[in-house]
Design a protein around this ligand. Structure first.
Ligand code: ATP
Ligand code: MG
Length: 451
């Protein structure tokens, strides 16, 4: 942080006593309380800090509780048998209670003074080795004011060094210090701004949003693995649609998902519908406590480019299976330079895409083979989401939805007579992409022309 940033955010401590805030020990995890009390009884300062304090003030239920203290990691280790030290550059203690882990961090200094801690660039971030500090310094090196509130276990007050309480009330995100400087130190803070604004329903202060255009390209230097974690928190934490809209509005989407941003910019309305519906469904599943898979969502985000590339290559004469595979490899390759999607997810994405053209092939054997495919469900859900692409795709989705409802024998019988699907009036599949009708006609396209 620059000198300028520090003076801008000169700490003026405000202590909010217990009776003037809503944080109750009832809502703090037992494990976190034990850590706080034990540290305090041993004579150390001990605060709950960060997202947990912010979320508790907003009436939310934090999923993790972080503790800040003036005890060094070694002192923490001595106090808690159930702890282990982690981190190389900056050591932290994890205190473990069954499934719960409480992260205990020693107050970090700003490392402004000459020779204090070595500066390193790690994953596009400027970091310094263990430089311990005071609680005031620890507050100043945090990102947003609302993330720099400290709940004091010794008197249950909240300590506010940077005006975070006011921001909680005003539902706004201000960076601590000079925004451009803070983003240069760590570009991922731009994404954190968007994510927290989406999650909390806050606005991003104009000064905090102003550098996005100019500094967004710095995200290229952020570690792809970190961007993957960040993208899960953006899209799979229950506020994905909002995150997506905000990433688009702020112009940051193109630095994370260039292919998606390009396709949307070309006016790919079908892709937009797919992405928005996919995110809305994911948000609904999260709200119901159901599981969500990153693979499906990444498949959604990148579909526009994969489909267009595959079609281009097919037009140029490449064999369709090869064209789809090459398109998938190409798009995933580009994406993973930004956001490191683990292999287990990219494999599923490739399967979901590769199965899409197979929905057009509705001969009896192929229908049953596709239905038995381990990725059928995901691929079918994907097909349904693609309905906005064309009436033909919509019809195809309806056909498969209907086909799955039919008892096996009924479907088999219906498929037996024809080569193209149930003889009911239900939407029959349109012509498979590969086999072109000789004479295009205005007919309803009921029977496709496979022989
Ligand atoms: P979430 O609800 O996602 O957990 P959070 O604010 O708790 O939000 P964490 O990633 O858990 O986010 O970080 C915990 C705290 O550490 C933050 O509240 C903030 O004070 C500090 N912090 C995290 N990331 C940064 C960063 N990139 N720069 C500065 N401070 C950070
Ligand atoms: Mg957190």
């Amino acid at each position: 942080m620059s000198q300028d940033a520090r003076t801008n955010a000169k700490p003026a401590l405000r202590i909010i006593p217990r009776e003037q805030h809503v944080i109750s020990r009832k809502n703090i995890s037992k494990a976190a309380l034990r850590v706080l009390y034990r540290l305090n009884e041993a004579g150390f300062q001990a605060y709950l800090v960060g997202g947990a304090v912010r979320d508790l003030l907003l009436g939310g239920h934090p999923k993790d509780f972080d503790v800040a203290t003036n005890a060094t990691p070694d002192e923490v280790k001595k106090l808690f048998r159930n702890s282990r030290l982690i981190g190389r550059r900056f050591r932290l203690a994890h205190v473990v209670y069954g499934p719960e882990i409480i992260e205990v961090a020693t107050f970090r200094g700003t490392g402004e003074e000459e020779g204090e801690g070595d500066r390193h660039i790690v994953d596009g971030r400027i970091v310094r080795d263990n430089v311990w500090g005071t609680v005031e310094e620890d507050a100043l090196r945090r990102d947003f004011r609302v993330n720099a509130l400290y709940y004091d276990i010794s008197d249950f007050s909240v300590r506010d060094y940077v005006g975070g309480m006011q921001d909680v009330e005003g539902r706004v995100l201000h960076l601590i210090g000079d925004p451009a400087t803070r983003y240069r130190e760590d570009p991922v803070r731009m994404l954190r701004a968007v994510r927290l604004a989406a999650k909390l329903n806050f606005r991003i202060d104009a000064k905090a949003a102003a550098p996005f255009d100019e500094l967004g390209p710095l995200l290229a230097e952020a570690a792809p693995a970190r961007l993957f974690d960040e993208s899960l928190k953006l899209f799979l934490a229950g506020h994905g649609l909002k995150s997506f809209h905000m990433l688009e509005q702020t112009g940051l989407l193109k630095f994370m998902f260039p292919a998606t941003a390009r396709a949307l910019k070309r006016g790919d309305h079908a892709l937009r519908a797919l992405v928005e519906q996919g995110l809305a469904n994911t948000d609904a599943r999260v709200a119901e406590g159901k599981s969500v898979t990153p693979a499906f969502l990444f498949a959604v985000l990148l579909w526009g480019e994969v489909r267009d590339l595959a079609h281009t290559w097919i037009t140029k004469g490449l064999e369709p299976n090869a064209a789809w595979e090459r398109a998938a490899v190409h798009v995933i390759g580009e994406q993973c330079q930004r956001v490191a999607i683990p292999r287990r997810f990219t494999l599923t994405m490739e399967e979901i895409w590769a199965l899409q053209p197979r929905f057009e092939q509705v001969q009896r054997k192929r229908v049953f083979r596709l239905m038995a495919h381990p990725r059928f469900r995901a691929a079918f859900d994907f097909l349904v989401l693609r309905a906005a692409e064309s009436p033909a795709v919509k019809e195809l989705g309806d056909w498969w939805a209907h086909a799955q409802q039919l008892p096996h024998e009924t479907l088999a019988a219906a498929l037996a007579g024809t080569s193209s699907g149930p003889s009911t009036e239900s939407a029959a599949p349109t012509k498979p992409r590969k086999r072109r009708r000789r004479k295009p006609s205005g007919k309803s396209g009921n029977k496709s022309d496979q022989a």
